[in-house]
Write a protein that binds this ligand. Structure first.
Ligand code: NAI
Length: 341
């Protein structure tokens, strides 16, 4: 097969990284078109990287018959509509998480994906493509920790990005803390424990930043989840992590324990100075998951070239969204919530 010709929508924090990967780091593909409502972003990327087509209207990009695939990295409130349009226009589609901001949107996407079974669809649960997370999965499959029965996840955004985030959140609904932040952890929990969530109790609040209460959201929150077979999940999500971007996962099994990212190290360097021995921490998702973003995009392109569907399915997206919504409902009502299945 010739190179897969891709058009990307969204050239923001993550979209630009995806665009750079597609343009320069994946041999089987060509980034042929870029799209953003911000004309200056489109012009800049076209000029800097020599990208043939630029659009400020998503619908116009979909008219381009030279394209094979659409890569969606626009804000979450556009995902559902853009996925459905791109699939119905005959393209393979990769979309950043989440599938949509509401369970109904996720179900609409699922229906569209199921109606276009000859098209490749992939959702950006990139942690499944991170080398450490894959290594942990292999250990579980080899039986190293026995039966996994408990998972504890921390997903904490750096406090230094707080002003930017509050500004963003006031003008864009992102689904709230549990859907926006913890959705990766919900997916990992299902992947590692091999069972589905049944009941949720979620609590949280605004501690240092009252703005979160005004937005009816939590700055830091926790969900206690009961999974099938009485397995346990504890999820901590937050936006105010003083030491950086902290993504940590612990899986306890009947014969052992795995921990991933216990100290969210920037790299393997330890700085020894008058303050002591310092391991600097990762300061954002682009740094921590650089390899995973590239690997997931490579997999998407490989799936198109080899005509096979990726391991991450639209159903994974729907189920994780349902769990995110159950957490939101529990957080808002204070009640124990049964997860919709
Ligand atoms: P951002 O706000 O930095 O960038 C959004 C981009 O989309 C900008 O280029 C903007 O001009 C463009 N845009 C906005 N509305 C548009 C429209 N209607 N049509 C075309 N372009 C439009 O957002 P960010 O942080 O890059 O997030 C993008 C998506 O990626 C979100 O859905 C977010 O949930 C997801 N994300 C996933 C992460 C992960 O770890 N998998 C990490 C960060 C974000």
């Amino acid at each position: 097969m010739e190179k897969v010709k891709v058009g990307i929508v969204g050239l923001g924090r993550l979209g630009r990284q995806h665009a750079e990967n597609l343009a320069f780091r994946i041999s089987g593909c060509e980034l042929l078109a870029v799209c953003s409502v911000a004309a200056e972003e489109v012009e800049q990327v076209q000029k800097d990287w020599g990208i043939k087509y630029g659009y400020t209207q998503f619908d116009e990009m979909l008219q381009n018959q030279e394209l094979d695939a659409i890569f969606i990295s626009s804000p979450s409130n556009f995902h559902c509509e853009q996925i459905v349009k791109a699939l119905n226009a005959g393209f393979h589609v990769f979309c950043e998480k989440p599938l949509g901001l509401y369970l109904e949107e996720a179900l609409r996407v699922q229906e569209a994906v199921n109606q276009q079974k000859d098209k490749i669809f992939m959702l950006g649960f990139m942690r499944r493509y991170d080398k450490s997370y894959q290594y942990a999965k292999k250990k579980i499959e080899e039986g190293k920790i026995g039966e996994p029965i408990f998972i504890r996840c921390y997903g904490l955004d750096p406090a230094k990005a707080m002003d930017e985030f509050i500004q963003f959140a006031k003008s864009n609904y992102s689904g709230g803390l549990f859907l926006d932040m913890a959705i990766h952890d919900f997916d990992l929990a299902r992947w590692y424990l091999g069972v589905e969530a049944k009941q949720v109790w979620a609590i949280g609040g605004a501690y240092a930043y009252p703005e979160f209460s005004e937005m009816n959201d939590a700055e830091t929150g926790t969900a206690l989840v009961k999974f099938e077979n009485n397995k346990i999940g504890i999820f901590v999500a937050g936006r105010n992590c003083a030491h950086g971007y902290h993504i940590e996962t612990e899986i306890i099994g009947t014969k052992g324990t795995l921990r991933i990212g216990t100290i969210p190290e920037k790299n393997r360097v330890t700085v020894f100075d008058e303050k002591g021995a310092i391991k600097e921490c990762s300061d954002g998702f682009l740094e921590r998951f650089e390899q995973a973003y590239l690997s997931e995009a490579e997999e998407f392109i490989a799936c198109i070239r080899e005509n096979r569907q990726p391991a991450v399915t639209v159903k994974d997206g729907v189920i994780s969204t349902a769990l995110g919504y159950a957490c939101r409902e529990s957080f808002e009502t204070g009640k124990l919530v049964t997860v919709q299945s």
